[in-house]
Each structure stands twice: as structure tokens, then as C-alpha cells.
Design a protein around this ligand. Structure first.
Ligand code: PLP
Length: 480
């Protein structure tokens, strides 16, 4: 068995794959946005007998392409108005192919010095974009925002409790408390479970009428806390909540954090993309004074999953948190002033995640990104204007491309959004979701695809209008 195949076969295979991918990439819109979720059909479509001896590569590739075509929500589709999942840009796709082929090991510097230095350069570039002083900043690529948020909590703990690294949670005599808004991402809950704190130590602060963390309530909570039992650890502000795109007041959160000597983390997984636009970056004001930032390149920057960045303005904290001495890791770079990624990260063996961001930036430039970021927020503004023209109401307030809307006359009727949503998923022409705002269900559409134009938005609004008409007809059937 030749794992490598010969040159002729490799060429045939890659051209075969290329044709299939090209068909998908160049005509994604011809697909239905979402699959029928028939678990039986899906499981039966998988091959298990064939695992024993293998099959012809083209047959295997056909099988996989068919499976993905038929049984995926097509997040690269221009009418996927979904959950921050982008269409992969082409440079990012090429980067993943190159990464897989060279397979550099980014655990230690000396095994992949070019790759590690590329990631370090990007860490400095993004630290600079977010307004950190680069010489004092540090960071690491993570698989996603969830790992970056977990890293933030670990850093906050190790910064505050120097004995934690060796003595563990048992060395902490008071219970650390994490403040975030009720709209913060659920990965924070998961992170506190992972670090062994427990979800009861998250104080989820209610939101104000702008759907941002209510600062007055945060202050009350800090004042009335029983300091004999609890020890406030950190405030997590969200820059672009997943539900409504709200950006917490980062300036005020920072002031409160500094006053109480708390770590200030900003979860800018999606909204951080605004930093690349001169028009939008004002909304992130205050982020430059934070202790750490989560930023997902695999959201607004449209690189394939997973590529996220954890940044911190305290350049000793990642080492404090993750440093470990090993006998077997190569020592040839010990005398050089370089970052050893395995002492900076939850991960050990690490994929070259930074390449898809590097190649994308080298291909499109910051300028290309600024255009795309502005285009997507322009499209959201266009969507809002078309909705308002058609007597919809907008229920969120953000300049990020997330739009939550409903019809005022039906908003008390939970069947309204439910039934229309179920029809839209059955039509399979567009994908959007529902999100409750103050207990009232709204449609949520995010412009997450750089290829989405006014045409797709008009189609979405038409489809919604037609569904409203049939909802009304069903409610009040006309008797002729
Ligand atoms: C998406 C998101 C996360 C989780 O990031 P992953 O990349 O999915 O792990 C965390 N916080 C916010 C605000 C997000 O939008």
C-alpha cells in the first residue's frame, strides 16, 4: 500500500477534488441553504464495510462530497444569515492545504521557527490594532473563542493567585467571582466548569435597554458582595454579543475593573473585526485598556475554522499560566529570545493556525479587509432599511451586522416567529435564526458572508413578507 500514491495519481486526485470544490465554491448559491435532518438517512449514507480494505480514492471523495453537499447547513452560502460562520476566503483555503502538507509542529519554536514567528508577528499586529503597547503585549493562537476565553480565565486566576500553579484551587481561601452580562457567550460557563470554579461563581449582570451590561447593577453587585466569602476576580465585557451584536460599555467596565483591581477581559470574538474599519472601530473604545482580548479570525475575517487569537497586555501572564519544563522538548532554541508556544498555550502539538490569517492578509491586505467589513455592515444597514420599509420593527441596536426584528402586531404571539421560522427552514432558501430579546422572540439575521449583496437581502425580505402574508391568511381565513 502506497500512502503517497505516485505523481500521476496525485495529480489526478487533486484535479478531481479541485473540480468538485470549484463547482461548490463558484456556485454555492445554487444549493439549498440547509439539509433535511433525517438522522436515519444520514447514518445509512456512511460507509463502514469499506473501512476494512479501503476504496478507490475518487469513490471515497465522491462519497464525502455528496455527504457534505446533502447534509450540511451551507454556511458559505450568501443567504446563510447565520451564527457568525463565514464563507472561507480562498487564500485561507489554500493556507489550510499548505499547512496540511508541510504539517509544521508548532509546539516548540525550533521545530517550526518560520511558522512560530509568523504567528508572533500576527499577535503583535493585532495587539497593535487593538491599541495595546506591543512591547508589553503577548498572545497565542487558539482553536476558537471558547479556548481563548478559557485561556483568559486561567490567566486572570494565575495573575491574581501566584500559588495557583503549584497549589491549585485549594490554595485560594475565598471564592473567585467572574462578572459578565447575561448576554455573554456560554463558552464562559463551560470555561468555569473546566477550570474547576463552577457556574455559580459567574455573576451574570442583567442588560439595559441597549442590551449592554447594566453598569449600575454591576456596581451594586460589587458593593453588596460578601467579601468574607467572595473575591472578585474579573469582569468580562462582550464586544458584539452573539445574540444581538451589543457591545458593552468597555470604557466604564475598564474603570470599574481598575478601581476594584479586577482583570478586565473583552470577548470580541466576532465584534473585534470592527477594529479593521475606520468607521466602526470607535465602537470598541476602551478595549485598548483591557488585560486580555478574545478575537476569532474564523468569524468576520472569513478564514476557515478554527483560528482565534488570545491577546493580553500583560506579557508575563501566559508563561506564569502555562510554563512547564520538560526533558524531551528540543532545547536548541533555549538561548534565543523566542516564544516557546507549548509554554503559552493549553495545546501541545499545534497546527499552523496562523497561516490562514497570514496568507489572507498578504492576499487582501488590511485595506481589502476594511472594504469587506464595511460592506457587510452596509448590507446590514440595507437590510434594516428594507425591513423598516416593509413595516418590520428592529429590536436591537448595533452597528455590527446583526439585525433582530419582528412585527409589532404579532410580537406577543410566540407562534408568529415559530411558524414562519419553521416554514423558512422548510423552504431551504435562506437560513436565519430566532433570538429572544427581553423574552420576546425575534428573527435574527447576521451578514456573515462577504458575498452577500442587496440581491440576497431583497430575496430574504420578500420571503419573510410572503410568510407573514400566509401567517395572516391562516389566522384569519377568508370565507368567500
Ligand atoms: C463565537 C463566540 C464565542 C465562541 O467562539 P468559538 O470560536 O466558537 O469557540 C465566544 N464568544 C463570542 C462573543 C462569540 O461570538
Amino acid at each position: 500500500m502506497q500512502f503517497d500514491f505516485d505523481k500521476q495519481s496525485r495529480k489526478k486526485i487533486i484535479e478531481y477534488v479541485f473540480d468538485k470544490l470549484e463547482d461548490y465554491y463558484s456556485s454555492t448559491k445554487e444549493r439549498t441553504t440547509n439539509p433535511e435532518l433525517n438522522i436515519k438517512d444520514i447514518r445509512e449514507s456512511l460507509l463502514s464495510q469499506e473501512l476494512a480494505n479501503g476504496i478507490h480514492p475518487e469513490k471515497a471523495i465522491d462519497h464525502i462530497i455528496n455527504g457534505l453537499e446533502k447534509y450540511s447547513v451551507h454556511t458559505p452560502h450568501p443567504k446563510y444569515f447565520g451564527l457568525f460562520n463565514p464563507r472561507s476566503n480562498y487564500a485561507g483555503i489554500m493556507a489550510d492545504l499548505i499547512t496540511a502538507t508541510y504539517n509544521p509542529q508548532l509546539a516548540g519554536w525550533s521545530h517550526a521557527p518560520f511558522a512560530v514567528e509568523v504567528e508572533d508577528l500576527l499577535i503583535r499586529e493585532f495587539a497593535n490594532k487593538f491599541g495595546y503597547q506591543t512591547e508589553r503585549a503577548d498572545g497565542v493562537f487558539t482553536t476558537g473563542g471558547a479556548e481563548a476565553n478559557l485561556t483568559a480565565i486561567l490567566c486572570a486566576l494565575n495573575h491574581k493567585y501566584p500559588a495557583l500553579a503549584s497549589e491549585g484551587m485549594f490554595s485560594i481561601d475565598k471564592k473567585p467571582i467572574i462578572f459578565c452580562s447575561q448576554e455573554a457567550h456560554h463558552s464562559i460557563q463551560k470555561a468555569v466548569k473546566v477550570v474547576g470554579l463552577g457556574t455559580n461563581l459567574i455573576k451574570a449582570i442583567p442588560i439595559n435597554s441597549h442590551l449592554k451590561m447594566d453598569i449600575a447593577i454591576l456596581q451594586q453587585e460589587l458593593e453588596k458582595l460578601d467579601y468574607s466569602v467572595y473575591d472578585p476576580l474579573m469582569i468580562i465585557g462582550t464586544a458584539g454579543t452573539t445574540g444581538t451584536g451589543a457591545i458593552d460599555n468597555l470604557v466604564e467596565l475598564n474603570e470599574i475593573a481598575k478601581y476594584h483591581n479586577l482583570w478586565f477581559h473583552v470577548d470580541a470574538a466576532f465584534g473585534g473585526g470592527a477594529v479593521l474599519s475606520d468607521d466602526l472601530k470607535v465602537h470598541l473604545k476602551g478595549i485598548e485598556d483591557s488585560d486580555s482580548i478574545t478575537f476569532d479570525a474564523h468569524k468576520w475575517m472569513s478564514v476557515p475554522m478554527g483560528a482565534s487569537i488570545f491577546l493580553t497586555s500583560k506579557n508575563d501572564v501566559l508563561n506564569k499560566t502555562f510554563e512547564i519544563n520538560t526533558e524531551y522538548m528540543p532545547k536548541d532554541a533555549d538561548k534565543l529570545k523566542v516564544t516557546q508556544p507549548f509554554t503559552h498555550s493549553i495545546q501541545w502539538s499545534r497546527r499552523f493556525m496562523g497561516l490562514k490569517l497570514y496568507l489572507s492578509l498578504l492576499t487582501y491586505g488590511w485595506e481589502g479587509y476594511e472594504q469587506i467589513i464595511n460592506h457587510q455592515s452596509d448590507m446590514a444597514r440595507y437590510l434594516k432599511s428594507q425591513l423598516l420599509k416593509n413595516a418590520w420593527v428592529i429590536r436591537n441596536h448595533t452597528d455590527l451586522p446583526v439585525v433582530c426584528f419582528t412585527k409589532e402586531e404579532f410580537e406577543q404571539d410566540p407562534k408568529f416567529t415559530e411558524q414562519i421560522m419553521s416554514n423558512i427552514l422548510k423552504n431551504r432558501k435562506s437560513w436565519l435564526s430566532l433570538y429572544p430579546i427581553n423574552g420576546i422572540s425575534t428573527f435574527r439575521a447576521c451578514i456573515t458572508n462577504y458575498n452577500t449583496t442587496k440581491i440576497e437581502i431583497d430575496e430574504l425580505v420578500n420571503e419573510l413578507n410572503m410568510e407573514v402574508d400566509s401567517f395572516v391568511t391562516e389566522m384569519h381565513p377568508k370565507h368567500w
